[in-house]
Design a binder for this molecule. Structure first.
Ligand code: P6P
Length: 335
């Protein structure tokens, strides 16, 4: 290996970050590397979805009543198996499982962390080859070590997150993760099978020119939100409006663009989905943590997402997330 190489792998980066905390034991870094490993397995299948008999629905419905694509199931099983063998995970909660899963072997009951994830978000885009992703967040347990983790470990506020991230399976495969030290992005280098640091210290621009929402639901939005959408479409050179409208229909893809270019992603409540569609624990909390650590905002329209006290594993919340000034602008209209 060229001694002058400048590539820093995810493993090297997490070890380097650990050294900044004198009392750190490296368990969180190990967990991040294990998640990265699981997502490399998922990436391999996602990249060849059209070639092997793994695309298409699995036939069963998940707890959300959504038909499970085979890749959803594969991704869920892969993350569970890797984390079960990890030295630092006491249990998981996943979009694809009705209840949380406590790892009750002698080793895992002493692990300090629990992991929540959406194993393959945006899976309805699998068969049209649009970008999809894995979303995760890591909490330190509040239940006593030495016994299996409990539901309370998973129902913590987003403010308590230790680390959160996503992997986007797109034109390239990237892992982005945030801790209180900041947000960093790693691009998978297939020739060495490593996530390599490519986006150091990511910041969400305070302003952006893109708003992202499923305007097909406009007939179900309240009048204040419709007023904001009309504001977005008005011509105004000073504030660089009209904005461009972009909507991929895959949260990870829409949020990745928002994080990098700035903008505002919205999945509001409507007359049909009175709490919105996206799930608090493993979609809105991790994404809000990442965006807030990058200088942006994540809000329900009433509260900051990270301040919500979760009540159920699969509860849904409205979300307005992205560039700070754009979130504040939509709140002026809808609050
Ligand atoms: P709609 C994908 O199914 C998902 O959970 C998110 O990834 C995405 O942002 C949203 O739902 C899209 O929902 O109703 O616009 O198709």
């Amino acid at each position: 290996m060229n001694p002058n190489r400048h590539l820093m792998t995810l493993d090297e980066f997490t070890i380097h970050q650990t050294r900044q905390f004198s009392n750190a034991t490296g368990e969180l870094s190990t967990l991040l590397r294990d998640i990265g490993l699981a997502c490399k397995f998922i990436n391999k299948q996602v990249n060849k979805a059209g070639l092997v008999d793994i695309i298409g629905s699995y036939g069963k419905e998940n707890v959300q009543g959504e038909v499970q694509m085979k890749l959803d199931v594969f991704a869920d099983n892969t993350l569970i198996n890797v984390l079960k063998n990890s030295s630092d995970c006491a249990g998981i909660a996943s979009e694809e499982n009705e209840d949380f899963v406590a790892f009750d072997d002698d080793h895992s009951v002493h692990s300090k962390y629990v992991v929540l994830f959406d194993p393959l978000d945006g899976s309805s885009n699998i068969d049209v080859n649009a970008s999809i992703g894995t979303i995760f967040c890591i909490y330190k347990r509040i239940s006593p070590l030495g016994k299996p983790c409990t539901k309370e470990d998973f129902l913590q506020k987003g403010r308590n997150i230790m680390a959160a991230g996503y992997v986007i399976y797109g034109s390239s495969t990237m892992l982005v993760y945030a801790t209180r030290l900041g947000v960093n992005g790693f691009t998978l280098e297939p020739s060495i099978g490593e996530f390599c640091l490519s986006h150091k210290d990511m910041k969400c621009p305070d302003n952006g020119k893109i708003y992202s929402i499923n305007q097909g639901n406009s007939g179900k939005y309240d009048s204040k939100l419709l007023d904001f959408l009309n504001y977005c479409m008005e011509e105004d050179q000073a504030s660089k409006r009209p904005y461009s409208h972009r909507y991929i229909g895959s949260m990870v893809a829409d949020l990745h663009r928002t994080l990098i270019k700035g903008g505002l992603f919205m999945y509001p409540a409507d007359s049909k989905n009175t709490n919105g569609k996206l799930r608090l624990l493993y979609e809105c909390n991790p994404m809000s943590y990442i965006v807030e650590m990058a200088g942006g905002m994540g809000h329900t329209g009433k509260d900051s997402i990270l301040d919500l006290a979760p009540e159920k594993l699969h509860q849904r919340v409205p979300i307005f997330i992205g560039s700070k000034n754009m979130v504040e602008k939509v709140l002026e209209f809808i609050k």
